[in-house]
Design a protein around this ligand. Structure first.
Ligand SMILES: C[S@@+](CC[C@H](N)C(=O)[O-])C[C@H]1O[C@@H](n2cnc3c(N)ncnc32)[C@H](O)[C@@H]1O
Length: 632
């Protein structure tokens, strides 16, 4: 892999977006993390350059769904949006992009001497960029564009240093076999209503604790996985063989509760390979419900992990996974209690209910039936969500984004308030809302406007408004805390907030402490230090005595509990000191409206209806405590 060198690049001629990306890489100094010798052993992302292309630069387009929308026919898009023709080598326009802000600049970068070859997949394959990919198919553009998730790759690097003594994992290609031991921690197999079997916590665990590390039974290119798994099943140990056929195929799920393996595993191979009857169709059916695509392999490899196959889907997942070599490491993404289910997101959970329902139905064939989707479908009509998505698609500026955000915030708050009069029709929804708790408003908002929030932070960063960008990324993280703390983007945005804060010369203590907290949740303690390598100026923030909390900088942190006397207690940690006159609190049914004048309204769902007149509120520096007496 050639070195990153800026010597021969005139940065001033590059669009702002490309400049920012290069500056970011220089700041991280990836060569400190992966020395050249290690990099030389990694597979190259691009095929060798053809002699006739010598001297040209390669443009890699990251067709991120938050910034680019596209269409393959010129003139097919209504409205006054900019359309971009990509001129390919024979001069024919092959694709027309309707670009969001800044996409235009990126494409212009390649307007002369562009060499584009392979197109792989986007972070969310089925959606927007797919259309462009199809329109850029061979022969004009064959290979060369990879959008392998950035966040995952960085997390992989961080995690590799971390899993004690697992430095060798770093040098392994995705899927390659390792000698790392398996680990099965505080987990147990249990029956889960509506989902057959699942994994649950055997005791309370803190966010970031390693729950288990599972080695793949088989790893292969996605299309060869059935064949490779069949071969493996003929020779694997009795335990592996039995455990594989106890897995669900999506349509049929054995009643028996599988046992977790003993560690170290008894690796007795079956020598008489013909004696085992392994039917490929059956293996395929089981793989279709359980195989994992190794996202660090750019979508090329898949694997089957026998213990991880017992993890169910949730639209509010509780665990984060990282792939290293042939291992999957799974950590708690939230603080969990004994008996809480360990769940993952089979699909992106950062999309509205109707898209999640469709994705799960099409890919896995089951119906979602959980508190989050129940509340969303009750409160948000299909028409309202479709209209919002269209607005997001058509937004073209920071102002458009910010208008959508404000409008959606008002919409969510209005719909949520409609639940305060609990009727027979809304009773199920109210109970689900109460179970989701005081982060409910964030959860609902995040599912609708995550791309808008990220888009705004990205634009602010490109405009050089770094302090505002830092705030924007913090807002993304704050929503993710409730919605998807397991997601690698959460870690990426926590680091982006830190980097933006550094660029804006803000005090870094709180940003560094928060990024450290989030990365620990994904990769274990110390991940941020490894991730930042020698960027000492940022790391200094970690030693700042004021870096105290795990709270997302600038945001409020709200928790709710029940006291010994059965009173309801709300604790709100604030990013700044408030005066009593800055604060208003009112309740209606089970909803509390907390109005913190400099910060805005927060609508909280409580586990039961409260009497607003019973509230006692104490405010001390950066902490607010409200107590609602037990109803008479
Ligand atoms: C990877 S397996 C998970 C373990 C599975 N529950 C079992 O008992 O073997 C995937 C299958 O579990 C079930 N499942 C997973 N998440 C679910 C959910 N949120 N709701 C309903 N069923 C779910 C579906 O049958 C799915 O095909």
């Amino acid at each position: 892999m050639p070195r990153l060198s800026l010597k021969d690049v005139d940065l001033q001629r590059l669009p702002q977006q490309a400049r920012a990306a290069l500056e970011f890489l220089v700041l991280l100094n990836p060569r400190e993390i992966i020395p050249d010798a290690t990099a030389a052993r990694q597979p190259t992302l691009l095929p060798p350059q053809k002699p006739e292309h010598a001297g040209r630069r390669t443009l890699v387009l990251d067709l991120d769904e938050t910034l680019v929308h596209c269409h393959c026919q010129q003139g097919a898009l209504p409205g006054p949006h900019p359309e971009i023709q990509i001129e390919l080598e024979n001069g024919e326009p092959k694709a027309v992009l309707r670009a969001k802000v800044f996409a235009l600049d990126s494409v212009r970068l390649g307007s002369s001497g562009l060499w584009c070859r392979r197109i792989r997949r986007t972070t969310k394959a089925a959606t927007l960029a797919q259309v462009v990919f199809q329109s850029l198919q061979p022969p004009q553009v064959a290979e060369g564009i990879s959008t392998r998730p950035f966040a995952r790759r960085l997390l992989l690097l961080a995690a590799a240093r971390f899993e004690a003594g697992e430095a060798q994992l770093l040098s392994l290609k995705p899927g390659a076999s390792s000698s790392s031991p398996e680990f099965f921690g505080p987990i147990t197999v249990a029956r889960v209503p509506g989902k057959h079997r699942g994994l649950v916590c055997a005791r309370a665990v803190r966010r970031g604790e390693l729950l288990f590390a599972n080695r793949a039974l088989a790893v292969a290119e996605t299309r060869s996985l059935p064949e490779v798994t069949c071969q493996k099943l003929r020779s694997c140990s009795e335990w592996d063989f039995g455990a594989f056929f106890l897995l669900s195929d999506g349509l049929h799920t054995p009643h028996e509760l599988p046992k977790l393996p003993q560690v170290p595993r008894e690796e007795v191979e079956n020598m008489d390979q013909r004696a085992r009857d392994v039917k490929k169709e059956r293996v395929k059916a089981i793989l279709s419900a359980n195989a994992h695509e190794l996202d660090t392999s750019g979508g090329q490899l898949s694997a089957i992990f026998l213990v991880a196959s017992l993890v169910n889907h949730s639209c509010r997942p509780s665990a984060a996974r990282v792939f290293l070599g042939d291992m999957m490491f799974v950590r708690a993404a939230r603080d969990l209690n004994a008996g809480d289910e360990i769940t993952d997101g089979y699909i992106s959970v950062l999309q509205p209910a109707l898209e999640r329902r469709r994705a799960i139905r099409e890919r896995y064939g089951f119906e979602l039936c959980e508190d989050r989707i129940l509340v969303e479908e009750h409160l948000f009509s299909k028409a309202a969500v479709t209209e919002l998505l269209e607005k997001i698609d058509n937004a073209n500026s920071l102002e458009d984004f910010s208008e959508i955000l404000e409008e959606t915030q008002r919409f969510v708050s209005r719909q949520l308030r409609s639940l305060s009069d609990c009727t027979a029709e809304s009773a199920t929804c109210v109970t689900a809302a109460q179970r989701l708790g005081c982060g409910l408003e964030r959860l609902l908002l995040g599912g609708l406007v995550m791309p808008v929030q990220v888009g705004m932070a990205t634009i602010l960063s490109h405009m050089g408004r770094h302090a505002e960008a830092a705030k924007g990324y913090c807002r993304c993280c704050w929503l993710m805390e409730e919605l998807a703390p397991h997601n690698a983007y959460h870690a990426k945005w926590a680091v982006e907030a830190l980097v933006e804060a550094a660029k804006a010369s803000l005090p870094l203590g709180d940003y560094a402490a928060y990024a450290q907290h989030v990365l620990n949740g994904h990769c274990g303690p110390g991940a941020l230090e490894v991730f930042l390598g020698t960027s000492k100026s940022i790391l200094k923030g970690l030693n700042d005595p004021k870096a105290c909390s795990h709270l997302c900088p600038g945001e409020v942190h709200i928790s709710c509990g029940i006291s010994q006397s059965s009173d309801l207690e709300l604790q709100v940690d604030l990013p700044l000191s408030l005066k009593v006159s800055d604060l208003e609190i009112s309740a209606c049914g089970f909803l509390v409206d907390l109005w913190l004048k400099p910060l805005g309204h927060f609508l909280l769902a409580l586990p039961r209806t409260v009497d607003p007149d019973s509230a006692t509120v104490r405010l001390h520096a950066r902490r607010l405590r409200a107590r609602f007496a037990r109803p008479g």
